[in-house]
Write a protein that binds this ligand. Structure first.
Ligand code: F3S
Length: 647
């Protein structure tokens, strides 16, 4: 049986397992990335375990999310990230240099490699034929220290592309069509592999748009072949030596095959509030937005912005629209300036923002209350834009530009002949200037670097090893589908304390139960009771760390969301599942729980819990691997790493 690209890369990195369906495997990680929200966590881990230098081939911290520095807390975070990068042998990309995934494709991604990134859109680098997976900062830090990455052997979904896109139809429309077919759940447990003759017609930035949005399809990541197009892109980036050829075998087997004929696609748009609520742009042409944003790690390449500028050239932005454009990187911005594209954009009335995430994550250009925004980014959940009541539509740069001109959602082919866009290609060579990246070799003696910890940077909380007898009181009882946002909410006012654990912890469950923090502070040891799918939503690991900070030792739930369960283990909290779900109804807040012989019971995987104040007992299940059990016994991944580094 032939191998897919996915299986070739995973096999070449396999440390443990046989890649049987559903089996746990461990793979070696070559590269990592983090940024000014998540990389800080990774840096805190490196510091707290007493790391020397990272062991990966390439690790990069990018400063791209909270770049505006509207408070000294931001500035503290940036300086901490920079100096930690210098201390631990990590590349540091300065604010203004560009968006992490975009820059990673340009300067670091390599065909055939595996990357773990502390950001959900890490899959973008799959455009260059690498397996790039998003995870939490602690897991990424573990990889930096040479630990393999543990995952379930993924299924492989093949999206086979044929034909050519018409002018005015974009890579974003392919991603939206794939979302229409797969929905936001269709890719769960799978890696999406793009193949077929149609792939050859797509540039690397166009492939990046698709790989980027594989995460919206629920997939672990997306991957492309490494072919002549990849080689030309790397050559244009002065990195030709990084190229290796990579393709699926003729007879590669896939778990599912989806065929998309590019020549049949139309300009599409995702309606509020899910990326898979896809319609033809024409179907929603009555919608009149207040703002349009062209940018983000999904759609901010040179050719994306060039195409938008061709539609805007000689026209003016509609009086009721605020149009902002943020190029993906300094390299893109400089090329747009050199080629006069920026002048055309400015003349049309577009506002140019710095090369950063910005509006994509609600940092700047937040829509008005009940506002409507058309964006080229990848997510449109309520609140993602920074305004809970806003409605966000996701579209290609061409559709966004046409909409900015007319004032209503517009199929770009309706306002002009778009055959001129056929010439809007990526440059044959890019201006390569890495002066905004501080390299490990720029640092003369990394051991002498002082990591600067401003007032906003705290130590990470550590806990002792697992206790063989747990006695604790339940501090909160929750229902089904509690999200990590319910546990610790986002928003720039709260997120600015992400590196300041005691301050950040004050917001734990702040909207769900405003008395939570006051009550948990009175308890030495506590448990949390959850319903089904506890900890769903974003991978925010502070949702596990902060309860641990306050002394939570166990979470009982009917079921756990996968990443949150991993995070609970990483922070030394036992994730126990009710064997009989009816037992959930028999326990309450303020009950006392006693678990004896914890080690012995944990080995078996069945844990008996006593509730003395109710004279009641119930059985729970501990479903973890031997590796995870070892981590739990040591009190979490920080202790595990610390102990490992000692030996
Ligand atoms: Fe940044 Fe938005 Fe991408 S926050 S990393 S541009 S998804």
């Amino acid at each position: 049986m032939g191998l897919s690209i996915t299986n070739k890369i995973l096999k070449s990195h396999l440390l443990e397992g046989n890649m049987l369906p559903g089996e746990q495997i461990t793979v070696m990680v070559d590269q990592t990335l983090g940024h000014d929200l998540t990389g800080i966590m990774a840096a805190q881990v490196l510091e707290s375990v007493g790391a020397d230098k990272v062991k990966t081939e390439v690790s990069v911290f990018y400063c791209d999310h909270n770049t505006l520095v509207v408070s000294s807390e931001n500035a503290d975070d940036h300086l901490y990230l920079k100096t930690a990068a210098e201390r631990y042998g990590i590349y540091f990309s300065k604010p203004g240099n560009g968006i992490c995934h975009f820059l990673h494709c340009q300067r670091f991604a390599k065909p055939g490699k595996i990357m773990l990134g502390a950001d959900s859109h890490t899959p973008t680098s799959g455009a260059l034929g690498m397996i790039a997976i998003g995870s939490g900062g602690l897991t990424v830090a573990k990889s930096m220290l040479g630990e393999g990455f543990r995952m379930t052997t993924p299924k492989v979904i093949n999206i086979k592309l044929s034909g050519n896109l018409d002018s005015g139809v974009a890579a974003k429309d392919i991603a939206l069509e794939a979302l229409r077919i797969l929905t936001v759940k269709g890719g769960i447990g799978s890696i999406i592999e793009f193949t077929g003759e149609g792939v050859k017609t797509l540039s690397v930035p166009e492939r990046a748009t698709l790989a980027n949005m594989s995460i919206e399809m629920g997939a672990t990541t997306g991957v492309f072949p490494s072919d002549d197009v990849t080689k030309q892109f790397l050559k244009a980036q002065d990195r030709e030596n990084d190229w290796v050829e990579l393709s699926a075998d003729e007879n590669a087997q896939y778990d599912r095959v989806i065929e998309i004929d590019l020549s049949t696609l139309e300009p599409l748009i995702a309606k509020p509030h899910m990326p898979d609520l896809v319609a033809n742009a024409k179907e929603v042409q009555d919608v009149k937005p207040n703002s349009v944003f062209i940018g983000s790690c999904t759609n901010a390449s040179y050719s994306d912005i060039l195409k938008a500028s061709k539609i805007l050239k000689g026209r003016k932005v509609h009086k009721d629209i605020d149009l902002t454009v943020a190029p993906g990187s300094k390299q893109v911005l400089e090329t747009l300036i050199k080629d006069g594209v920026l002048a055309d954009l400015v003349e049309s009335g577009a506002r140019i923002l710095e090369c950063a995430c910005g509006p994509c994550i609600g940092i700047g250009q937040v829509p008005c209350a009940n506002g409507i925004s058309v964006r080229t980014s990848n997510r449109n959940f309520p609140g993602r834009s920074g305004c809970q009541s806003a409605s966000v539509y996701l579209a290609s740069p061409e559709t966004a530009a046409a909409t900015a001109v007319t004032g209503h959602i517009t199929d770009p082919r309706d306002i002009m002949d778009l055959s001129i866009l056929a010439d809007c290609k990526e440059p044959v060579t890019y201006k390569v200037d890495d002066s905004s990246i501080i390299k490990p070799e720029d640092v003369t003696d990394y051991k002498e670097v002082k990591v600067v910890k401003g007032e906003n940077i705290s130590e990470l909380p550590m806990r002792g090893p697992l206790r063989d007898k747990i006695e604790a009181v339940s501090v909160i009882k929750l229902g089904d589908n509690v999200t990590t946002d319910d546990i610790i909410p986002g928003g720039s006012n709260i997120l600015k304390y992400i590196a300041n654990i005691p301050m950040f912890a004050e917001y734990t469950f702040c909207y769900t139960d405003p008395t939570f923090v006051e009550r948990i502070k009175k308890l030495k040891n506590s448990v949390i009771i959850g319903g089904e799918n506890y900890g769903q939503g974003s991978s925010r690991e502070h949702a596990a760390m902060l309860p641990m900070f306050f002394g939570t030792e166990v979470v009982f739930a009917k079921s756990f969301a996968r990443i949150h369960k991993e995070n609970l283990i990483n922070y030394g909290i036992l994730p126990l599942i009710f064997k009989n779900k009816d037992d959930y109804d028999k326990i309450d807040m303020n009950d006392t729980f006693v678990i004896e012989n914890v080690f012995e019971q944990a080995e078996v995987g069945e844990v008996l819990v006593k509730v003395p104040n109710k004279n009641f007992k119930f059985t729970t299940l501990l479903e973890v691997s031997a590796y995870d059990l070892n981590v739990l016994k040591q009190g979490g991944a920080l202790n595990y790493l610390k102990n490992k580094l000692k030996h």
